[in-house]
Every structure is written in structure tokens, then in C-alpha cells.
Design a protein around this ligand. Structure first.
Ligand SMILES: [Zn+2]
Length: 142
């Protein structure tokens, strides 16, 4: 047998963190001056312009649906329709991602729908070395 060193999946986006021993989570940055939460490190806070005040911040896995669109046309190999959503996470942070486990029907998807972040394989995509990717999705909270 070839060596099957059990490397886990790779994060599909750089703000998805996979600790060695623990659950995956999304990471944002929080401003030490005004408490704004943003995605992605940057030299100054986009809200209050404080420099060097942003610190890594573990985002909540719970939030509410802020906006979405039902996508009917996409790249080859991507199943449509799917729901592209923008979610306000509890405690701060606004994240875009796909909303799953819903019917792609505007009548069935209310704004402010409580959702949770779930982590799952990124649609079977693999890199050149055969590593799979872990991605995140939103799903309605039970
Ligand atoms: Zn700030």
C-alpha cells in the first residue's frame, strides 16, 4: 500500500480555519477600538479607521439571513438552482456563502431566517495531489 498519511482536507477559503484538534471555524478580525468585525485582515479598520487595531476573531456559527439570491445560471459542473446568501453572524461579521437544505423558492426563504454554519466537503473538488477541500455552508437552524 502507498503511504496514506492522513492529511485532512484543505480549507476552501483562507478564512476557514481547521485546528489540529477541534472543530473548523470561520475567522474574522475584530477592531479593538470600535468592535467592528470584518472578514480579512487589513491595515486599518474600515469603520473607524484605527490603524493596527484588528485582531483575529473566531466568528459565530449562528446567524441570520440578511439577503440572498437564487442562482439559475452558473459555471459548467455547478448544479443550479442554488441559493447564494449573505448572513449576519451573531456577535458580528457578515459572510457570503451558499444556503443549503432549502427549496430554492423565494416563498420558502424568509429574511432573518435563523441559520447555522456547517462544514462539509467542497462539492468533491480536489487539488492536484488529490486533497479534498473543506468548505462552509449555511443551513436553516432546526
Ligand atoms: Zn474600528
Amino acid at each position: 500500500m502507498a503511504d496514506d498519511a492522513a492529511t485532512g482536507p484543505l480549507p476552501a477559503v483562507d478564512f476557514l480555519k481547521i485546528p489540529e484538534d477541534g472543530e473548523p471555524y470561520l475567522e474574522g478580525y475584530k477592531c479593538g477600538d470600535c468592535s467592528a468585525v470584518v472578514l480579512g485582515d487589513r491595515p486599518a479598520c474600515p469603520k473607524c479607521a484605527a490603524r493596527g487595531a484588528l485582531e483575529p476573531f473566531k466568528l459565530s456559527n449562528q446567524g441570520k439571513l440578511y439577503a440572498y439570491s437564487i442562482v439559475h445560471r452558473s459555471f459548467p459542473g455547478i448544479d443550479v438552482p442554488y441559493v447564494s446568501a449573505i448572513v449576519d453572524l451573531d456577535g458580528g461579521g457578515t459572510v457570503k456563502g451558499n444556503l443549503i437544505d432549502v427549496e430554492p423558492d423565494p416563498e420558502k426563504i424568509p429574511f432573518d431566517l435563523p441559520v447555522e454554519v456547517v462544514y462539509a466537503d467542497a462539492l468533491g473538488r480536489k487539488d492536484r495531489d488529490g486533497n479534498s477541500y473543506l468548505s462552509y455552508f449555511f443551513r436553516p437552524r432546526a
